[in-house]
Design a protein around this ligand. Structure first.
Ligand SMILES: CC(C)(COP(=O)(O)OP(=O)(O)OC[C@H]1O[C@@H](n2cnc3c(N)ncnc32)[C@H](O)[C@@H]1OP(=O)(O)O)[C@@H](O)C(=O)NCCC(=O)NCCS
Length: 149
């Protein structure tokens, strides 16, 4: 398994747009076409495809939010496509994404949110070091990793 996070381009955006989660997970994450459209009109969003070698297996999207002195990362989307889940891709993609965000200086935290029923996401994020902030935003629990700057 060689996992990479790759830019969305003219060549791969359609494949990304076609990728879906399992039917019972649709309520957990916005669709990829929605996220790709969002990234076009909200250019602070960075959409990335998750690849295992040449095979696209998932999608993530993050953005930075600037609260004056406190700049934070917000991971907006994490999905692994139907048929590709439970093979370690979600954990590997999140690990890579966290490395990428941690490597940039000047940020106070990495934030992520999920609906309370999403126990798979909750366990995965907790095991990666995210802590519950106690905040709820748009019905989603907000978790956080503090950064030292
Ligand atoms: C959450 C998600 C990204 C995880 O991706 P994945 O590739 O299946 O995850 P991994 O294979 O790396 O597994 C990570 C852990 O979750 C567990 N897990 C994954 N799917 C599971 C399931 N359906 N039921 C129970 N446990 C599950 C794995 O056993 C593993 O646990 P471990 O590391 O303690 O052994 C994927 O389930 C998904 O795309 N879900 C729909 C979209 C979503 O919920 N996104 C998050 C919104 S914030």
């Amino acid at each position: 398994m060689t996992i990479t996070l790759c830019e969305i381009t003219r060549d791969n955006w359609k494949e990304c747009a076609r990728m879906r989660v399992e039917p019972d997970q649709v309520r957990f994450v916005a669709s990829n076409p929605f996220s790709l459209a969002q990234s076009k009109y909200e250019p602070e969003c960075v959409p990335l495809a998750v690849y295992d070698d040449e095979q696209m297996v998932g999608f993530v999207m993050y953005r930075t939010e600037d609260y004056g002195l406190a700049k934070v990362w917000f991971i907006d989307r994490v999905m692994i496509g139907e048929g590709h889940q439970k093979k370690g891709y979600g954990r590997a993609a999140m690990t890579l994404l966290l490395e990428r965000l941690r490597s940039q200086k000047g940020y106070n935290a990495i934030l992520i949110s999920f609906v309370p029923e999403n126990s798979v996401a909750q366990k995965l994020y907790s095991s990666l070091g995210f802590k519950d902030t106690g905040e709820i935003e748009d019905g989603e629990l907000v978790y956080r990793i503090g950064l030292t700057g």
